[in-house]
Design a protein around this ligand. Structure first.
Ligand SMILES: [Zn+2]
Length: 96
């Protein structure tokens, strides 16, 4: 009878061990590595990439080129697209 008991005990332990391992594996899959929502992270780039409708531009006082606001050079109430235009404009105004 002892032999059968031992076998039954071994089987019970084996089953319990299996269940435990299963439960642990499931838990490991469920909690720490949740599937990241990469699909929804695609950004809609409509309206931002194509064209420059939303960008404010400012006109260079020297050459007339329109430059995005923030890239222009300003001094003494005048606006330029680049240093070259600023210097050229200054030289010109100095002559006048
Ligand atoms: Zn210019």
């Amino acid at each position: 009878m002892n032999g059968i008991r031992l076998i039954l005990l071994a089987v019970a332990v084996a089953i319990a061990w299996r269940l435990f391992k299963n439960w642990r594996a499931r838990r490991a899959v469920d909690s720490p590595d949740r599937p990241k929502q990469t699909r929804d992270q695609r950004r809609d780039r409509q309206g931002t990439g194509s064209g420059q409708k939303g960008i404010d531009t400012i006109r260079c006082d020297h050459c007339g080129t329109h430059v995005p606001v923030g890239r222009e050079l300003r001094a003494h109430g005048r606006t330029w697209c680049s240093r070259e235009c600023r210097d050229a404009d200054r030289e010109k105004s100095d002559r006048d």
